[in-house]
Design a protein around this ligand. Structure first.
Ligand SMILES: [Zn+2]
Length: 140
């Protein structure tokens, strides 16, 4: 696996612009949703089992994160917290390359073994996150 910086051909799908649009759009829609006092999402898994699912606390994590309460955000859902940090870094990168029409970073020569290791690492992180949430399920 290696990272390659290259200019996107004119006919190539603009991944950075699309993901930036989805990211910003989600925050805008979520902010409007909460400002209007609409109901928060309910967790079906928690309703059925009484236990948190792997994404429980992500909404409260988001709200705490957007208010700058990072420790509280981490405590609500560590995996979601890490995802938000990565997303902010990606959004900053996307703004720079989209507005500046700069070279884009691409992952090339990704072997099957590297993909498998990455998938396993993400699954392990999700499992650790879920164990953490289950250990602190009295908060939910
Ligand atoms: Zn849940």
């Amino acid at each position: 696996m290696r990272l390659l910086w290259r200019r996107a051909p004119g006919n190539e799908f603009d991944h950075e612009l699309a993901l930036l649009g989805v990211s910003v759009g989600t925050v805008v829609v979520g902010t409007i949703w909460l400002a209007l006092g609409l109901p928060w999402p309910r967790c079906l898994f928690r309703a059925l089992t009484g236990l948190p699912c792997v994404s429980c606390g992500a909404t409260r994590c988001t709200i705490a994160f957007l208010h700058g309460n990072f420790l509280t955000a981490w405590q609500w859902n560590p995996f979601a917290f890490v995802v938000f940090c990565v997303l902010i870094l990606f959004d900053l990168y996307a703004v720079i390359v989209v507005i500046g029409r700069a070279a884009r970073v691409r992952v090339v020569d990704w072997t099957a073994r590297e993909k498998k290791v990455t998938r396993i690492a993400i699954i392990c992180l999700l499992a650790l996150n879920w164990i953490y949430l289950l250990a602190h399920h009295d908060r939910f």
